[in-house]
Design a protein around this ligand. Structure first.
Ligand SMILES: [Mn+2]
Length: 333
């Protein structure tokens, strides 16, 4: 049985299908390498490398449904980018992003779906891949980190959530939602609260009791105002100190609603006065360079509300930045 079949037997992963327009296909201009050229269907390879998986799941979303269309839209949008990082004069067209396809979740139960997600992420990480997961609503943050924790146990993970919202809501009457993932991560001991940081928190988008919860757990958050006051470099420095203190590994979760609404109309819960693309790109780059990162997710892109693919292309840009920063770090070694 092939490696691919072995993984598919465990879980339901869709076929990896690429349909590029002729001018987007490899070799159209042999002088340049597009990101779509290095995004390849996984056929049994092992890491170290970047492994991509999509989770078209929005059953737990609070707000506007449609985030299940996220993985396809983000994959489609990588075609706009080249595998050359001007800022580092770094060509990475000889590296790969191995695409495991989408996890097809037919289970009605959020809990069951989450179990499947954890299992897949565990398998992919256990094969040596640094994971990029495309959501999907933010509820998947919990099973992703659970799967990673299982793959890397007993190593400790520090966690950054880039988000307008704290997402530490209580699970009330069994309702697991896109607002509950980080509380579940902390409550289940997957990450110590003292190694948890949230960046991009909005002024009028959270409850007092949840702010207190993060504080009581020893976590840290940086609001948009905090970033203006102390500057992004200081925020990044403090974040890295906190997520690496006593830990072995780090992980980043990106909720697209952390971006200002002008850059990200296509999200489940839009809010104004948010982060700029540059600020998020910088956080991704610095954390990838300065810590031992094991993965990143990009969630809450809702194509139904996007305009001119603005949000999707920003999401793809975050993916490209992560891939470039990851391979740059290994390239320098
Ligand atoms: Mn969120």
């Amino acid at each position: 049985m092939s490696e691919r079949n072995q993984l598919e037997k465990l879980v339901s992963i869709s076929e990896c299908i690429r349909s590029w327009e002729p001018h987007q296909k490899k070799g159209y201009d042999p002088n340049e390498t597009r990101m779509s050229d290095i995004l390849e269907c996984w056929t049994g390879e092992s890491g170290p490398a970047v492994g991509l998986v999509g989770i078209p799941f929005d059953s737990a979303v609070i707000g506007r449904k449609g985030a299940k269309g996220g993985p396809k839209k983000i994959r489609d949008s990588v075609r706009y980018f080249k595998a050359y990082d001007w800022s580092k004069d770094f060509w990475f067209g000889d590296r790969k992003i191995y695409d495991f396809g989408d996890i097809i979740l037919e289970a009605d139960s959020v809990v069951e779906s989450h179990e499947i997600i954890s299992e897949v992420i565990n398998k992919i990480a256990s094969r040596g891949f640094t994971t990029i997961t495309l959501g999907g609503d933010h509820s998947i943050g919990y099973p992703i980190v659970k799967g990673l924790k299982e793959a890397y146990n007993p190593k400790k993970i520090g966690l950054v959530n880039i988000d307008a919202h704290l997402d530490v809501s209580e699970v009330i009457d069994g309702r697991i939602t896109s607002g509950t993932p980080f509380r579940r991560i902390l409550e289940n001991g997957l990450v110590d609260g003292r190694n948890f940081v949230e960046i991009g928190i909005r002024n009028f988008a959270n409850a007092k009791i949840y702010r207190k919860y993060v504080e009581d757990e020893g976590g840290e958050f940086f609001t948009i105002d905090n970033i203006r006051e102390i500057g992004l470099n200081q925020v990044i420095k403090n974040t890295i100190e906190k997520i690496t203190k006593g830990t072995d590994l780090t992980y980043i979760s990106i909720d697209m609603d952390s971006l200002d609404q002008i850059y990200a109309p296509g999200v489940s819960a839009p809010t104004p006065d948010g982060l700029s693309p540059y600020q998020i790109l910088k956080v991704i780059h610095e954390i990838t360079q300065q810590t031992k990162i094991i993965g990143m997710d990009i969630v809450e892109l809702n194509p139904l509300y996007d305009t001119a693919d603005t949000t999707a292309i920003n999401a793809a840009n975050f993916l490209v930045q992560f891939v470039s920063s990851y391979y740059w770090k290994n390239h320098k070694k």
